[in-house]
Design a protein. Structure first.
Length: 319
């Protein structure tokens, strides 16, 4: 910067928008007469900062902006750092993704949930999948009618999600999950819709139907069967997954689309409502051939860590 100021003394006054106080630099750079700086009128500098410019050629003073980039909207400045470019790119990326979440993800997630929920209500032996979808619907801002038999587990899960206190045993799954992940952060806390979407998608992402569990694999297959029979659910899932894959990258866990297509192939196009032991074993064998997850989304104790790739295999509705 020093050599830049020596060669181009006409344009640079360094202002830190978030600096806590005036910084008087004791540098040996040649001083500059503030009256010779083209854009000096764009700044309101105190006497101490002007003395520093005269003495050292630059000054840093507390600004009126909450961030630095509004300065670049008023006038073209010759000094732009790489970190400011990357930071602005991140802000644009973050804001774009947030707007897509609110305008597309939330209505699509609600569409997926309500279509799947309608199908699950008309099926027998769907207690866990139905409770799973009822919780998702509530977290997304809905007010679904909950059967009396499922009310205790639904209420208990919702209380843990809203408390977001940390690891605790899930009433629905019977194993530990990290409920602190449901706490809306940053952009997710900007509005009630953003918080609904955060909690709803987080519920779908953390809800693992474990492959090593025969019962949970049956539940995953039941949801996959409902999914394939509901074009509106498929449409909503594919659009959400497409956006997430574009912005964040592909998932490493099998989602409901992967399970549904694999099950359709294993069972000859029609997933049975109640697969027998041989059919279930054949599906689990094929599912074990899917790539294992590379990120652990479960709460594992020290003794459970070696079994990571076994206990974290399974289906997540949105991975």
């Amino acid at each position: 910067m020093r050599s830049l100021i020596r060669r181009r003394p006409i344009a640079v006054l360094a202002l830190a928008a978030l600096a806590g106080a005036v910084l008087l630099a004791e540098d040996e750079a040649p001083g500059i007469d503030p009256a010779s700086i083209k854009n000096a009128g764009a700044f309101r500098l105190g006497d101490a900062a002007l003395d520093t410019v005269r003495r050292n050629g630059w000054a840093v003073e507390r600004g009126a902006h909450k961030d630095f980039y509004p300065l670049y909207t008023r006038e073209r400045y010759p000094f732009v750092t790489a970190d400011s470019v990357f930071h602005c790119y991140f802000l644009i990326f973050s804001e774009t993704f947030h707007r897509i979440e609110e305008t597309r993800f939330l209505p699509l997630a609600r569409q997926f949930t309500e279509v799947m929920l309608e199908g699950a209500r008309h099926e027998d032996g769907m207690d866990r999948p139905l409770a799973f979808l009822l919780i998702a619907s509530t977290l997304l801002g809905g007010d679904p009618e909950v059967p009396a038999s499922l009310q205790p587990v639904v209420d208990a899960e919702l209380a843990l999600v809203r408390d977001a206190a940390g690891p605790a045993q899930s009433p629905l799954w019977g194993r530990d999950t990290d409920y602190s992940q449901f706490l809306p952060r940053a952009a997710s806390a900007r509005s009630s819709d953003s918080a609904h979407l955060h909690r709803g998608l987080m519920w779908y992402q953390r809800g693992l139907f474990q492959l090593e569990s025969e019962e949970e694999t049956r539940d995953a297959l039941a949801l996959s069967r409902l999914y394939l029979a509901a074009p509106k659910a498929v449409e909503a899932w594919k659009e959400i997954d497409g956006w997430i894959s574009y912005f964040v990258g592909p998932a490493d866990d099998p989602g409901i689309e992967t399970y549904a297509r694999l099950a359709g192939d294993v069972f000859g196009g029609v997933i049975p409502a109640n697969p027998d032991a041989t059919q279930l074993a054949g599906f689990r064998e094929r599912a074990l051939a899917l790539p294992p997850p590379s990120i652990c989304g479960e709460v594992l104790g020290p003794g459970e860590t070696p079994a990571f790739q076994r206990t974290t295999r399974g289906m997540r509705c949105f991975a």
